[in-house]
Design a protein around this ligand. Structure first.
Ligand SMILES: [Fe+2]
Length: 251
């Protein structure tokens, strides 16, 4: 499949259009085994949002460390760097009309180049990289733009079916102006055949919805002899909304 390098991202003009709710995976999708136990068995209850959820937190650029958006170096010994394909991930956080959203805290976490997480419950046999931690953060600029440097994560197997593999991916969290506005999604890499085999990806009913989660290779933004670039825009709402895994009911 070839992917339009600017998929689904033209500014909206005219009336506001709701996103297509059929894009979201149903809560109960037996092909993704843990959804069988995680999906609700009873009718949902609606709880009011608390003041602290609505009003906090407030993020400032001053909270960021110098290497927070550099996963190649933020866990590495001085003078060393993480092993793997060096990449830049960049893009914009956009509203439904394609306008940039400034001041949004983005957090990202990922496996290392061999597909292993630095996590005590991680069980995959691939080696840990002593110079790679696997998480970072940044805050969007005035135009909603962000960028960070990392290594391309490896795919990894997971206990679902007998031979299921996650495609290479980076997890993203986007904070708005309150804790209750946190959105979570995953970014995949253009051209990866594992995307279309993944039972988690396959819970998303519409191919166009999956494509909102695939970053395009952007050779124009590479740094020659250093790193390739992948462009990943995140659309917070409207009919071009990215798919967020924690907001099945709407965002
Ligand atoms: Fe993951």
């Amino acid at each position: 499949m070839s992917i339009d390098p600017k998929p689904n991202r033209q500014p909206e003009i005219g009336a506001f259009f709701q996103r297509d709710r059929s894009w979201h995976p149903p809560a109960y999708t037996p092909g993704y085994k843990t959804s069988v136990l995680r999906s609700p068995q009873k009718a949902l209850l609606s709880l009011d949002t608390t003041i602290s959820e609505i009003t906090g937190p407030v993020f400032g650029h001053g909270m960021l460390g110098e290497l927070d958006n550099d996963l190649i170096h933020n866990f590495a010994q001085p003078g060393e760097s993480a092993i793997g394909e060096r990449i830049i991930v960049y893009g914009r956080v956009l509203d439904e009309r394609g306008k940039g959203v400034p001041g949004a805290l983005l957090e990202f976490w990922q496996a290392n180049a061999g597909g292993r997480y630095r996590h005590k419950k991680e069980g995959y046999i691939a080696a840990l990289d002593p110079n790679f931690g696997g998480c970072g953060r940044t805050i969007t600029g005035e135009d909603g733009s962000y960028a960070f440097r990392t290594i391309k994560p490896g795919p990894y197997p997971w206990p679902n079916g007998v031979n299921d593999w996650r495609p290479a991916h980076i997890h993203f969290s986007v904070f708005g102006h309150g804790f209750a506005q946190r959105l979570i999604t995953q970014m995949y890499f253009e051209g990866d055949p594992l995307i279309w085999l993944c039972p988690i990806v396959r819970t998303i009913p519409d191919r166009a919805a999956v494509e909102t989660l695939i970053a395009a290779l952007d050779m124009q933004s590479t740094i020659p002899m250093d790193a390739r670039a992948y462009k990943f825009d995140i659309v917070l709402r409207g009919r071009r909304s990215s798919v967020f895994e924690n907001r099945l009911e709407g965002n």
